[in-house]
Ligand binder design. Structure first.
Ligand code: ATP
Ligand code: MG
Length: 541
């Protein structure tokens, strides 16, 4: 196998393109692009290399300097990948923004980061223009869909790329050089800008191979949007650093279309999220009957705990086990996963990868025993560890104590070394002296046919300290009658414990989620208490 790092060159853009070409993959398909209208275009590693070289040259022409911050603000499309890799080759920091962000979300991130430039689409320019007066550092905008430069500081991607050379030599990039900037998805508070370094490629590469089980002959599909860490770490960096062919699909979720994509493209490895799997689970089993999904060899999931019910469904309908993996924006890559060779325990997120040491610590920093809830911590210094929260070193420092990084998640370890997610530390419910995991209650609720999704929160209570409140989205045509209310409470009481049984069941049309599909429990809590829900810029429309 080829070495990943040659002569100290850690540059991610270089490794994913030039290095692959030099290793003999110039003519191999790097990306099969399938547009929303199902047109297919193949790009080789040679094409990726040339386009990202042009983009690096283009940034040079515009006077961008290494270390500046540049953003992509695009839906999934080939230009986004070229821009991302080219920006990294240039040693400029690349941030990625969800394409459906509104003005406030954009303003927050662009002003906090003091971004120099941004690549986007014509239809998004209006949003940017409205906030541009408040962004003195923002020098230019590049539009992917105009043929010629249109006005001052608004450039045509096409015109710039046509004028740029396809030759570029990436400067030697030491491992600590800043690379990618991701604002966290904001499930628990205001988004924070986690800054990464080029060395992250080591872990992203090895986990794509060993955890996601991707090898050089695979056809790999990662459904995550490039706006969040899974989309860059495992939708760009990991697979291309291994020289793997990726399918990228520009369309939205549609169960039949997705199954057709797997069948037609003969996708072998698929990385997706519980929210997508829960949506697929809602479809009738007949939907899947006509599709030949036999190409699928390995399926993994990330972003939220994987409900046991979903794992059972996966084996039955997709014919494969689903491997849960745990990581965060801050960790840059997968740290605690289920992976080939280690038996899965339904509901557990698996065992730490070899490179890291994970620990369950109490609030005072001491190790807690097995099967006891505590703070999920990682020994500082893994290769994809974030460098800082941009403009918030204090917050960064507060996450580290005695050589451990505190993830903000609560978990426990069982006798055999499996880790079990309990909840985000601020989401875990403390009721009558017992800890209740909202995830466990939500998973048990999925067993009831009437319930499509749920969100469980704890709210203050004089007697119990906190009481359990359950929001449910019900199947079409079902309403919350007293019988159903009782059925839900009894079900939780029987399945988990009477302590976890909800005090109140409230039906709503849709459970609030953020753009990466996570249930925003803090929003539910605020609704219940009649408080302002705070920053909801990452909430799904
Ligand atoms: P913020 O930190 O701003 O509130 P966020 O934590 O939602 O945002 P991410 O970094 O995208 O932003 O999410 C990471 C979190 O998602 C983890 O800390 C964990 O709570 C949850 N998570 C991710 N994968 C899993 C998993 N496999 N099982 C359980 N929880 C998971
Ligand atoms: Mg977080």
């Amino acid at each position: 196998m080829n070495e990943l790092i040659v002569a100290g060159q850690y540059n991610i853009g270089h490794i994913c393109t030039t290095h692959q070409c030099k290793s003999g993959l110039k003519d191999k398909t790097a990306m099969r692009w399938v547009s929303a209208h199902h047109e297919r275009t193949d790009y080789t590693f040679g094409d990726l290399d040339a386009a990202s070289n042009r983009f690096a040259n283009l940034l040079d022409t515009l006077g961008v300097l290494p270390g500046d911050i540049f953003f992509t603000f695009l839906p999934k499309m080939p230009e986004q990948f070229f821009a991302f890799l080219g920006t990294l080759k240039h040693r400029t920091i690349c941030g990625t923004l969800f394409s459906n962000f509104g003005e406030d979300a954009l303003l927050d991130r662009l002003s906090d980061s003091k971004a120099t430039g941004i690549i986007t689409k014509k239809s998004f320019l209006r949003k940017i223009k409205r906030i541009w007066p408040q962004l003195p550092e923002l020098r230019f905008v590049i539009l992917v869909d105009i043929d010629e430069h249109s006005e001052e500081n608004v450039y045509s991607y096409k015109q710039l790329m046509d004028a740029a050379s396809a030759e570029w030599t990436t400067a030697l990039t030491p491992p600590e050089t800043p690379s990618v900037l991701h604002y966290t998805s904001g499930s628990t508070g205001k988004p924070k800008g986690a800054l990464h370094a080029h060395r992250s490629v080591l872990l992203q590469n090895s986990t794509t191979r060993d955890v996601l089980a991707v090898n050089s002959n695979d056809i790999y599909w990662c459904t995550a949007d490039q706006g969040w860490v899974t989309g860059t770490s495992y939708g760009i960096i990991g697979p291309w650093s291994l020289g793997v062919t990726q399918v990228h699909f520009g369309g939205v979720y549609d169960a039949s279309v997705w199954m057709d994509l797997i069948q037609t493209e003969r996708i072998t490895v698929w990385y997706t999220a519980p929210t997508a799997l829960r949506m697929l689970m809602r479809e009738s089993p007949e939907l899947y009957a006509p599709f030949d999904l036999s190409s699928l060899r390995h399926i993994s999931s990330v972003g939220e705990p994987l409900n046991p019910e979903v794992m059972v469904w996966g084996e039955k309908i997709l014919g494969k086990k689903i491997y849960d993996t745990w990581f965060q924006t801050e960790t840059g890559g997968i740290l605690i996963p289920n992976r080939p060779g280690t038996p899965i325990r339904h509901g557990s997120m698996g065992k730490p990868i070899d490179e890291i040491e994970a620990a369950i610590l109490s609030d005072d920093g001491s190790q807690v025993g097995v099967n006891t809830h505590g703070n999920l911590c990682i020994k500082s210094g893994w290769s994809s560890m974030f460098i800082t929260y941009i403009n918030n070193q204090e917050k960064y420092d507060s996450r580290f104590r005695d050589g451990y990084y505190y993830t903000g998640d609560t978990a426990y370890r069982d006798d055999d070394g499996y880790f079990w997610f309990v909840g985000r530390s601020d989401d875990v419910i403390n009721t009558s002296g017992h800890l209740v995991s909202p995830f466990e209650v939500e998973s048990a609720l999925l067993e009831l046919d009437e319930i499509v999704e749920s969100g469980v929160v704890g709210v203050p209570d004089d007697l119990l300290f906190e009481k359990v409140i359950t929001y449910v989205a019900l199947r079409d045509g079902i309403t919350i009658a007293p019988e159903l209310d009782l059925k839900i409470k009894l079900h939780i009481s029987n399945r988990l414990s009477s302590i976890a049984a909800p005090h109140e069941v409230i039906a709503i049309e849709k459970i609030p989620k953020n753009k990466s599909g996570k249930i925003m429990r803090r929003v539910l809590k605020a609704w219940y208490l009649g408080l302002d829900a705070g920053d909801i810029s990452t909430m799904e429309d």
